[in-house]
Ligand binder design. Structure first.
Ligand code: NAD
Ligand code: ZN
Length: 384
């Protein structure tokens, strides 16, 4: 028998920038990032989500003017399309992304630049990752959640078989530009709810950030621009650092701390036919796994209440009626989320619980009766 194991080492840049007015004439940061130092001209094709184009009526022209003034880049136009969760299950949107990439002859040395919320970025990102086996993808996230979490991540995906992100790939974007200006036009609920991922990342890896979030919860609830931006930036950096330095950027292992609270969240999103947003569902899921952490003596009652209170003070839910949905065997349907979470990841079931406010611990089994007790606890706590 012949054969040998080869090691393929990858060294990938994950470029993350924070700015304002990325397309104003005197902000050439984006141009510098995309321009090839060797003088080769690269094409740029831009996708903008409808809702963002509506909130910023000048944006399309600004983008056009910006690239018209860039010598090293060949602008191939702007395509507007629909976003929000619906676009992740509408195959037409993905098809239009592929069509545009083909029509504009975008190749692996060209850029697809995408401006929109997390759902839109996921679809366009999947289109870009699969066209020609991957064209360069630049994200400009426009929601709190996509700037503080998903946009700086290395995944894309669309829904299939009624399941979240069943189709998708790991693909490190060429660059991520968090332009704070986009944050302030989102509907208030969405602007606030996206902070749940900041709470999550603080809980699993940054105790000082959790304290800061607690101290600033009132201003965050009021959506004071400065604190919102600081929360977004700190959260984005924590997410990026975990991905770059956590040792498992493409999630080949079973442990996924950034998915704290997400096993129940994904199932609740599905059970509500995505009526419950990702952010709201994550809040309910964090509340559940936090109380479970307390009931299994990993954290104190007081600390569990601090977590429930910060979510509540941000106007986020701790409980949802979809918990009441039961299968023929009488079991809560949400419990099936545990098995689906394991299937999605493969390998051994691994769920992160808290052993401090800023520190997690992987476990491989959850007790159904205790989960039930925690769900009821959160229902009562929310009603108080
Ligand atoms: N790829 C990943 O790693 C990853 C991680 C976490 C979440 N996600 C996905 O992200 C999605 C949620 O993203 P989201 O919270 O950004 O929601 P979203 O993309 O659904 O956007 C929320 C709403 O805000 C609108 N909008 C977006 N930006 C706006 C702006 N600046 N002004 C006005 N309106 C604006 C959108 O049209 C939409 O109606 C989910 O599909 C979730 O699964 C992906
Ligand atoms: Zn999430």
């Amino acid at each position: 028998m012949n054969g040998k194991d080869y090691t393929i080492s990858l060294n990938i840049q994950h470029r993350i920038r924070f700015t304002r007015d990325a397309f104003s004439g005197d902000n050439r940061m984006l141009e510098k990032l995309l321009t090839d130092e060797g003088g080769r001209v690269s094409k740029v094709l831009v996708f903008i989500e409808h809702a963002v184009a509506e909130a910023f009526p000048e944006l399309e022209t600004q983008v056009e003017d910006y690239f018209a003034a860039s010598e090293g880049l060949e602008f191939r136009g702007v395509r507007l399309d629909a976003g929000a969760e619906e676009c992740k299950r509408d195959e037409q949107v993905l098809q239009r992304v592929w069509d545009a990439i083909e029509e504009e002859k975008v190749d692996r040395h060209s850029y697809v630049l995408c401006i929109g919320g997390g759902a839109f970025l996921d679809v366009v990102g999947f289109g870009a990752a699969t066209a020609h086996r991957g064209v360069r993808f630049v994200r400009l996230p426009t929601t709190t959640l996509s700037q503080d979490d998903s946009g700086v991540g290395v995944k894309n995906g669309i829904n299939a078989f009624d399941k979240k992100n069943w189709l998708g790939s790991f693909a490190v974007p060429y660059a991520v530009i968090n332009d704070f200006n986009f944050l302030h036009t989102q509907p208030e609920g969405i602007r606030r709810d996206g902070l749940v991922e900041a709470v999550k990342v603080a809980l699993v890896r940054d105790p000082a950030f959790f304290l800061w979030l607690e101290d600033n919860v009132k201003s965050l609830f009021e959506l004071k621009a400065e604190v919102l931006e600081e929360a977004v930036e700190r959260s984005a950096i924590q997410h990026a650092e975990h991905i770059a330095q956590g040792g498992d950027p493409f999630e080949t292992g079973s442990s996924r701390p950034l998915d704290f609270g997400h096993w129940a969240a994904h199932k609740l999103e599905q059970l509500t036919d995505f009526d419950l947003s990702h952010a709201e569902a994550v809040s309910v899921g964090i509340a559940l796994d936090t109380v479970y952490s307390w009931k299994t003596n990993r954290i104190s009652e007081k600390d569990a209440h601090r977590v429930l209170d910060i979510l509540d003070n941000l106007g986020l839910p701790l409980y949802h009626a979809a918990y009441e949905l039961r299968g023929e065997d009488g079991r809560r349907k949400v419990i099936a989320g545990l098995e689906e979470f394991r299937e999605h990841l493969g390998g051994q079931l691994t769920v992160l619980l808290l052993k401090g406010l800023g520190e997690g611990e992987d476990v491989h089994e959850l007790d159904e009766a205790l989960l039930d007790e925690c769900i009821l606890y959160n229902k009562a706590y929310e009603e108080k």
